[in-house]
Each structure stands twice: as C-alpha cells, then as structure tokens.
Design a protein around this ligand. Sequence first.
Ligand code: ZN
Length: 321
Amino acid sequence: MQLLIVNYHYFGEENQYPGGIYPISPERFKNQLAEIGRHFDFISQNDLIAALDGQRILPEQSCLITFDDGLKSQFTLALPILKEKKIPAVFFIGSLPLKENKVLNVHKIHYLLSVLTAEQLLKKVAAAYQNLLHKELPFEQIDFNNVKLENRYDQPLTSRLKFLLNKHLPNTEAEQVVDLIFQEQVKDEAEFCRQHYLNQTEVMAIADTPLMAIGLHSHRHPHLLSAAASLIARDFFENHRFLTEELNLKNIRAVSYPFGQISPEQLKEKILPWANGLGLKFGLTMGRQINQNLKEPFYLSRFDTNDLPQGKKPVISFDNL
Ligand SMILES: [Zn+2]
C-alpha cells in the first residue's frame, strides 16, 4: 500500500504577501486535487481508522487531505471545493484562538514577516529582547549550519528568524518578544482572530459535514522538541477538553503535531503515554514521505502542498510511484 497524506495551511491570492505567509489559490488547490485524484483514491479519517483496526483494506494508493491551524480561509475557500468534489479531509485545530481570542505565536510571526522585512523584524526582535529580558539576543551565536531549517520556501534570514522564535528561544521568552512587536502592528487582536481563524460555529459546522473530521493540533502550538513532556500533555489535554466539552465534538481521533516535528524517542516520551487515553488512533508528522505501511500509526508522514505536483516547489512526481 501507499498512503499519501497532504497538509494545507493558508488559502488566498498568491503573491498577496511578500514573505512569511504562502497562501495557495483555490485554482491551484483544484488543480492539485485533480492531479492527486488521477493517481490516488481519497480516503476519510474513518477509512483510515477502519484500516488501522484491521476492518478494511485501503486502496493500493490512497490519499488523506489535512489542514492545520484552524485558519479561516480553509473554511471559506477550501471546504466548498472539497464538498463539491466529495473529497474527505481532517481539520486540525489549535484551540487558544477560539477560546481566548488570542493569536498563536506561530501566526504572529507569519504576520510580522508579511508586513516587515526579515531585517526589520530581526532588529525589532533584538530590541524587544533586550528590553524585556535585559540581555543580548542570542542570534549570532546560533550555528545555523547544524540546524535543520525545514521551511523550504523561506529566504535564509526569514528561515533563521523562524527557527530562533519558534524553536530556539524558550516558548515563554519568544511569546513575550513576539507579542510586544505584534501589538505595535495590530491594534485589535480579537478582530485579527475573527478575520484569520475559524470561529466555534465554523468548527462545529465542519464536524457536522459528511466526510469531514476535526483533530487535535494543541492549545498553544508549542514546539515538541524543546517543550517538556508535562507541558505538552497539559496543552493537548486542554485542546481535547475544549473541543469535546465546549464544542461538544464527538469524533476526535487524530493529532497533528505542531510544526510537524517529533522524533521516535520523543513520541514515546511525550505523546504515546496519553494518546490512547484520549481515544486517538493516529498522529501526523511532516516527514515528507509516502507511507508504505500503517505499522507506526502515531508516526505517519505528510507532505506540504508545495512539495507535490501542482505545488510551488514539487519534490516528487506521481508518475513513477
Ligand atoms: Zn500548526
């Protein structure tokens, strides 16, 4: 078997932003779905779970479509296309924006990189860091040669800044620094949330749509490699509690890891101890491979849309599968 899992983030006019955010157009989305459909059978979350439970066999070449981060444009631009074509999908929701009208740090960074150049943002980050923490920003000291900068679409300085803010600095330090700069640029954070994220009604509407499912993507979007196991567990419990108790969703069965990165060792330490208890059946990384079996259900690999045919920087072709 071959199971292709594809992940999408922002939808919209391409070239709308100079950096940081890379929306894909509804047109490109349609073309890519058509291209995938020529080689793969689209499956739903329920199909995959039935296969994991040994109750059915997946088509030889299957594809699961997924969306991370609960972004509004997924609802307004992508969902209608999926409904029209009867293509199933799983939407992985970070709950902080829904619960508290607060923007996730990762999206504040995307936004700042779309309105400032990377050079401007680095200067502001250094000044804010000095201001808040009374020490020099540890940027020059990072040996980027040894760092895996996985965002293939960014300019070098952009990708270094993202590494610094999303992964290198402790979560609390990065959040304070980014928030200070974000508040200078965006006067009304709650309004920003209303514009950029799904609201509670929309999440519940997706859950009620045939073939669609909702999954966990953490509450605050911590970086799993650096965050402590106890913090990660608390964060996902809150994500699960919010979706099942406050939105009353019943069929939460999957998790997509924030930033898509986790090692097999960390999976054992930080995810598996509580995953079954929450009723989860599978978990998704951004390993950028086609899954050849279902032996590690919590370590299934995904591609980003841009990595695939009809994406912006394809790394594989479907012709020689
Ligand atoms: Zn995410």
